[in-house]
Design a protein around this ligand. Structure first.
Ligand code: GLC
Length: 735
């Protein structure tokens, strides 16, 4: 539809019809199964509001969506199509590794390809918009939604956000969320306030949202938290000044589920009428799942407290999005049952999910010494696969709203299929969860109880026996998928107690224990680190996870992920992240004995595993970092930094070479180092490659106290290494 026609349409709409375009209802209002991702609460909608709401969420399926759209269009006074939105966070039916795992790949193209495949399945199933990518920077693993982020670094998150938006673009609309700073919820407690200075917000949290916007996302979702004591949903500085004016975002701005009404609970609005005013005034276009806009905007407009122009602008943005998706010409979009059957869980998507998962797995430990490392497994030896994740095919997160374990195979099924001739015993050993472990959702309901396996007394003894008689034991342990995700903050970031009991019993009878970990967040792994000889982090690997894990355990694939988020030494060390500032009394390395330092009495400052860390199945040697010049002139071409990386082992492998820079002295204290580049380099045994980074002045800019974003002349340290702990350093000066 032409712009002219759109404006004529807007002109022709009644005030009530306009307001209803700004209302989003859960799919359950359209008489169908729908994913519900928020509390339903009590809402009053008239039949007309339901039949005229501009969008809905939580529905997928070509037949269902076409049926709803057809009856909706009949009732809609101007036949404006309904917009269908869904949380397609890491795949639709072919579920890919969780976003935190995708961050671990340090491979933006992988994230782009996953998003593109997800988009193909989604549009064939009738979905128009995804509420992804979530680009919140995270530093607190107690927060359940770290699984949905790509980690603790704004440079990596920006690269991933841009890649995911590009993957969705052209197929379906994407939505950057949650604007802004939701990942900074204090104490990692869900929905808590975020206490961020504007400097910290701009320096670390905003870049990845902006990267997604620059890449062309169609929508932005406001976050639940407050910024400067004002809920994002009503925060005019954040939404109109920063998002619209500074970042130039012109697309649709949607609230999060119920967030418009929740400004009352925040104590920011006295009632729904004030909430309606605050939200529309701040620039929120769509009110997700409350009746605030529907029931109070018309009143505010009639009283002249809200100008119709303000509502018109919001409605026009929604109409523009529908028009951009071609829905006025074809309200059913690409919804097509035949196409849906063809593309959903198709071989190509399954292959992508399986082949690429190894790039998200992080090998945390693989001790060799006198004996060969345990991974890849030596099938000349007898092997025991033990643990609750041995025969679980529930390898996806709660955010895989359309995912189903029945589409996946467990590690055991994959191993029995791929390794039928090998001497492997399988046993569960213990229930996934103990009776007293709390999962998301009411602990008593049937669905949750299913997660608590039926415990049998011989489970543990059978596992110990199996461990005793095997040369190598591989334990498959992890959080339950209902222990991470939204509304799943945890005070203790440990494996379930029953699994740790199993781990201890097995370690009593075997010295050759390896652990494969399934989790949605960094965990406290001290005891595992002390006693296991090998540790492989596979996160929640999705539909093809079973096969992908066996591919890696057999050495057919190499795990090449690097940590996108620090694993704390223990919960008490949180928040711990690599790019902290020095403080006035920095601890000088692990051995510093001076107590008058920024340190703890009882634990180290360093995380158990650092950002950027990960091993492979071969070894790499990095030459000293070199520079083309030792000074960089503002306004002139940059300088080059390089190092040669060699594969010094006997197997092919991929190293992620990382570039870090520190501004040693500046008008605002700067982090001890910041990731400014990374390159994945695949090398055959004995092969060497030069990895070159272009160092440009704009990489050295930061937010100044006066609000400008500029670099300062001075001394810079530069590292090229294989993790954020590298000491392969050189210096240069910016003149
Ligand atoms: C949830 C989440 C948000 C999601 C939305 C719709 O509360 O915060 O990420 O997209 O509701 O499901």
């Amino acid at each position: 539809m032409t712009e002219q026609k759109l404006r004529e349409l807007l002109e022709d709409m009644s005030l009530e019809e306009k307001v209803n375009q700004l209302v989003q209802l859960p799919g359950t209002y359209y008489k169908t199964e729908a994913s519900v991702t928020g509390s339903m609460g009590r809402r009053e909608f008239t039949e007309k509001q339901i039949s005229q709401a501009g969008s809905t969420l939580g529905i997928w399926g070509a037949e269902t969506i076409c049926r709803i759209q057809e009856s909706y269009m009949e009732k809609q006074p101007h036949h404006i199509p309904l917009l269908f939105m869904l949380d397609v966070i890491h795949g639709l039916r072919t579920v890919f590794p969780i976003p935190l795992a995708q961050g671990a790949s340090f491979h933006p193209e992988l994230a782009r390809d996953f998003a593109f495949a997800a988009a193909k399945e989604s549009v064939a199933s009738g979905v128009h918009v995804t509420f992804a990518p979530m680009t919140d920077l995270v530093r607190d693993p107690r927060w359940g939604r770290v699984m949905e982020s790509t980690g603790e670094d704004s440079f990596l998150n920006s690269q991933m956000a841009e890649a995911m938006v590009r993957g969705f673009r052209g197929k379906m609309a994407s939505c950057i969320k949650h604007f802004a700073g939701y990942g900074a919820a204090e104490g990692g407690r869900e929905y808590n306030s975020a206490e961020l200075s504007r400097h910290t917000l701009r320096e670390y949290y905003l870049p990845s949202y902006e990267a997604g916007i620059t890449a062309g996302c169609d929508m932005v979702m406001a976050s639940f938290n407050t910024i400067d004591g004002i809920p994002s949903t009503g925060n005019k500085w954040l939404l109109r000044h920063v998002l619209r004016e500074e970042m130039g975002f012109e697309g649709v701005l949607i609230s999060d589920w119920g967030a418009v009404g929740e400004m009352i609970s925040h104590g920011y609005c006295e009632d729904k009428k004030e909430a309606a005013f605050r939200a529309i005034d701040a620039g929120v276009d769509i009110d997700m799942c409350t009746d605030v806009y529907a029931n109070y905007l018309p009143e505010l407009m009639k009283e002249g407290k809200v100008k119709e122009k303000l509502v018109d602008e919001a409605v026009l943005r929604v109409l523009h999005l529908k028009n951009k998706l071609g829905l006025f010409e074809n309200p059913y979009g690409e919804a097509d049952e035949a196409r849906e059957r063809e593309v959903v869980l198709c071989k190509e998507h399954r292959k992508l999910a399986r082949d690429k998962a190894a790039e998200t797995f992080v090998l945390l430990k693989n001790e060799g010494g006198k004996e060969a490392p345990l991974f890849p497994l030596d099938f000349e030896k007898s092997i025991a696969f033990i643990g609750p994740y041995v025969d679980s095919s529930d390898l996806h997160s709660r955010w895989a709203v359309a995912g189903d374990g029945k589409d996946a195979v467990s590690v055991r099924q994959a191993a029995e299929e791929m390794l039928s001739g090998e001497d492997i015993t399988f046993c569960r050993g213990c229930p996934a969860m103990g009776e007293n472990e709390i999962l998301f959702g009411s602990a008593g309901d049937e669905k949750t109880r299913k997660c608590i396996d039926k415990e049998t007394s011989e489970m543990l003894s059978e596992a110990v026996k199996g461990a005793q008689s095997a040369d190598t034991v591989v334990l498959f342990l992890g959080e339950h998928r209902l222990q991470s995700g939204e509304a799943a903050s945890r005070g203790f970031i440990e494996l379930p107690k029953r699994q740790m009991e199993l781990f201890r019993k097995v370690c009593e009878v075997s010295r050759h224990v390896a652990v494969v970990l399934f989790n949605g967040r960094p965990l406290d792994l001290r005891e595992i680190e002390e006693n296991a000889r090998a540790i492989l982090e596979v996160w929640l690997p999705g539909t093809e996870g079973g096969y992908a894990i066996v591919d890696v355990l057999t050495g057919k694939k190499e795990p090449s992920g690097r940590l996108p988020m620090s694993f704390p030494y223990c919960g008490g060390q949180i928040p711990v992240y690599y790019n902290q500032c020095a403080t006035g009394r920095p601890k000088q390395g692990r051995e510093d004995k001076d107590f008058y330092r920024s340190r703890y009495l009882d634990i180290p400052n360093e995380p158990l595993y650092a950002f950027g860390y990960g091993l492979g199945y071969t070894s790499f040697q990095l030459s000293e970092a070199c520079l083309s010049r030792d000074c960089l002139l503002k306004g002139e071409d940059g300088l080059q930094a390089w190092a040669d990386v060699a594969n010094t082992g006997s197997r092919p492998g991929t190293e992620t070479v990382q570039l870090y820079i520190r501004d040693k002295f500046a008008g605002v204290v700067r982090p001890v180092r910041e990731l400014k580049g990374f390159q994945r380099v695949s090398l055959k045994p004995g092969e060497t490659k030069r990895v070159i980074f272009e160092i440009k002045e704009e990489m050295l800019r930061f937010h100044q106290p006066d609000g400008s974003y500029v670099s300062e002349p001075g001394i810079f340290e530069l590292w090229i290494g294989s993790s954020s702990e590298t000491d392969n350093q050189v210096e240069f000066r910016l003149l």
